[in-house]
Design a protein. Structure first.
Length: 134
């Protein structure tokens, strides 16, 4: 899940949620399939990924030293690196809303503690008052 980025954000990542979306997030159920054909070919099928993943993967593959396709897992490292970048964006975009909830929850917990202490103080005053009347 990648959340929609609020306006004015300093996030340099692209917006993954369409402008006409009624939700402020978008799920990506990505699927990856690799096929190694000996001795020098590896194919990767990426299903339901953001467009940016494909373009970044192509850029990385063009710019890095050639892969050794004698290794059946040669494509896995650059692919997983790009997936990790997407997860990183997702986690950071969820952080702010979660932090707001944590702050409210903490405030409520602190307030409940104060209320409990006030109640205990009131009960103690009532007990003391009650004892002094006897």
């Amino acid at each position: 899940m990648v959340r929609k980025e609020p306006k004015g954000s300093r996030d340099e990542e692209p917006e993954y949620v369409p402008k006409n979306s009624k939700k402020d997030y978008m799920w990506f159920e990505m699927g990856f399939f690799t096929r190694w054909e000996r001795p020098d070919r590896c194919r990767v099928l990426c299903i339901d990924t953001p467009e940016k993943l494909q373009s970044r993967l192509e850029t990385v593959l063009r710019e890095q030293s050639p892969l050794k396709f004698s290794d059946p897992f040669a494509m896995h490292v650059p692919l997983i690196d790009q997936i990790i970048l997407l997860y990183d964006v997702s986690v950071w975009r969820v952080r702010d809303p979660v932090r707001k909830i944590e702050k409210v929850s903490t405030s409520i917990t602190l307030l409940e503690g104060v209320v409990d202490k006030c109640r205990l103080g009131q009960r103690e005053r009532e007990r003391t008052k009650h004892r002094s009347t006897f």
